[in-house]
Ligand binder design. Sequence first.
Ligand SMILES: C[S+](C)CC[C@H](N)C(=O)O
Ligand SMILES: N[C@@H](CCS)C(=O)O
Ligand SMILES: [Zn+2]
Length: 304
Amino acid sequence: GLATELEAHGADLNDPLWSAKCILSSPHLIRKVHLDYIEAGANIIITASYQATIQGFESKGFSKEQGENLLTKSVEIAHEAREMFLKQHPDQSTPLRPILVAASIGSYGAYLADGSEYSGDYGEAGTLEFLKDFHRRRLQVLAEARPDLIAFETIPNKLEAQAYVELLEECNINIPSWFSFNSKDGVNVVSGDSLIECAKIANECAKVGAVGINCTPPRFIHSLILSIRKVTDKPILIYPNSGERYDAERKEWVESTGVSDGDFVSYVSEWCKDGAALIGGCCRTTPNTIRAISRSLNQYYPAP
Ligand SMILES: C[S+](C)CC[C@H](N)C(=O)O
Ligand SMILES: N[C@@H](CCS)C(=O)O
Ligand SMILES: [Zn+2]
């Protein structure tokens, strides 16, 4: 929900860089939004690097080195937000309340800025080597910025998952990562590739710490958790969106079929029972959603 909240504060994300535009234009706003999520009870904040790529910054006229520095900056902004929070609330720095920074890696489709992370259809570019070359340096730079976690988010197809696994091994990345796929039917990932096969790829990689689903309507999550559970003992993470549909041309969310914060949270106990270990919110959810999830989880799993 980082981008959603940036927009709620007036940021215009109608740009090929989408939320990553704010790394250039309003880093202070990103920091504030991270802080709002921490204050709402989030244990993990996700950096603004979802649509930040060296290639994307180069098309804006930046050099490779400047692009790399902007990636690093996205992690630094999140670290600053955590430091600010802990300074204001020193009592909150306990092992029972971890606050972790996850560096976001959005798919090649996110970089294309045409909504193709919801189709996973990459045409000619859809080869393993192309995708590995596209992501390699970005992954290394983000890992060097020392986030606590790496979040491979909104993965639309099997090939990109395979590319990430090979890069984690070849670049010897030792920061734990999660793989999170998206679905538009509650059965497969958005490209039509089998979710079971995608989850198996993640399961077989020792560098992957959790597998799950994000940016997918809440109504599909139950069956998706059950599918993933069949093929992995790794923790399952889910952070659905509100259920609305994204119009990539207008760069706007359309249809008012989204669920309210209250409805969203009524699913939380069901998802826990299904076996989800990490729960959060993606696009069109807000710090209020996180506050409600956090309260709900504290009810089920009170601190000892
Ligand atoms: C997760 S989607 C809403 C991100 C934005 C998309 N890649 C675009 O540029 O339109
Ligand atoms: N974490 C991303 C969205 C992933 S679909 C963001 O809000 O910038
Ligand atoms: Zn999303």
